[in-house]
Write a protein that binds this ligand. Structure first.
Ligand SMILES: NC(=O)c1ccc[n+]([C@@H]2O[C@H](COP(=O)([O-])OP(=O)(O)OC[C@H]3O[C@@H](n4cnc5c(N)ncnc54)[C@H](OP(=O)(O)O)[C@@H]3O)[C@@H](O)[C@H]2O)c1
Length: 242
């Protein structure tokens, strides 16, 4: 296993849930973490914890539905830490409209921008540099909703997560000959703030049986620690208790 000490990792959606836990786990392993999300105060809180854990941390407030803000975050990361070793495309959201009938084209486009186009724009911003260096890892956090699209998850959310599959496959096709690897990471239900938007609240016991943020974080640290000859292109993570 390789150490991730000194590696530079961009983590989108780092202000809570999976992204926050991953930032702290990477920082504890000595990585430089670049933290991207909209809520600056939350990013600053995570950055303080990341520095206490032993890593260097940079706060990059950005709305990932805005290409310009994405490119600015990548530029700031390079200026602070140098070349980017790992990109964790994790930012994502959902909305109350789930059916085709209830979803407006504007809502569909917005969710695609946040959940899918952002990952494409981030990938495009780092891929050339990774190919030139002959190494790089891109982890696309999608969902079981992309494997089994449903009304429960919603038409826009399911389509955006299924799109991450195509983005990951093409990233591998384009990147593998140059040493760049991409992983599609599909978790099932996780105990994070995003599930508070579901209609019925979950009990304490139900939440305890879900995937926890630290499970995602440990998996990302593991992926980052593998030698460049190994490409884990797909991870399916399910709660044991359904
Ligand atoms: N929890 C689950 O059950 C589950 C299952 C499968 C997949 N996922 C996926 O896991 C990823 C992380 O979600 P989570 O479960 O950790 O929920 P979460 O705690 O709500 O985290 C979502 C993160 O995305 C960021 N984000 C949302 N919209 C953004 C925007 N426009 N620009 C920048 N950042 C934005 C949020 O930050 P700000 O609000 O500060 O911008 C937050 O940091 C998402 O892609 C989600 O779809 C979750």
């Amino acid at each position: 296993m390789r150490t991730i000490h000194g590696k530079t990792i961009i983590i989108t959606g780092a202000s809570s849930g999976f992204g926050e836990a991953t930032a702290l786990a990477c920082a504890a392993a000595g990585a430089n973490v670049s933290l991207v999300a909209r809520r600056k105060a939350e990013l600053e809180r995570v950055a303080r914890l990341a520095r206490q854990a032993g890593g260097r941390a940079l706060v990059c407030p950005a709305d990932v539905s805005d290409d310009g803000q994405i490119l600015a975050a990548v530029d700031r990361t390079r200026a602070e830490f140098g070349a980017i070793d790992v990109l964790f495309n994790n930012a994502g959201t959902n909305m109350s409209a789930r059916s085709i009938a209830d979803t407006t084209p504007e809502q569909w486009r917005w969710l695609m921008d946040v959940n899918l186009t952002s990952a494409f724009v981030f990938t495009r911003a780092v891929l050339d540099e990774m190919k030139t260096r002959g190494e790089g890892l891109i982890i696309n956090l999608a969902s079981q909703a992309g494997v089994r699209p449903s009304l429960l998850a919603g038409v826009s959310y399911s389509a955006s997560k299924l799109g991450m599959d195509a983005l990951t496959r093409v990233t591998n096709e384009e990147g593998n000959p140059h040493g760049v690897r991409a992983c599609l990471f599909n978790p099932g239900l996780g105990n994070t703030p995003i599930i508070e938007n579901r209609g019925t609240p979950f009990s304490h016991e139900q939440r305890a049986n879900m995937i926890q943020s630290e499970d995602i974080a440990a998996t990302v640290v593991f992926l980052c620690s593998l030698p460049p000859r190994v490409n884990i292109d797909l991870i399916s993570m399910l709660p044991t208790q359904k």
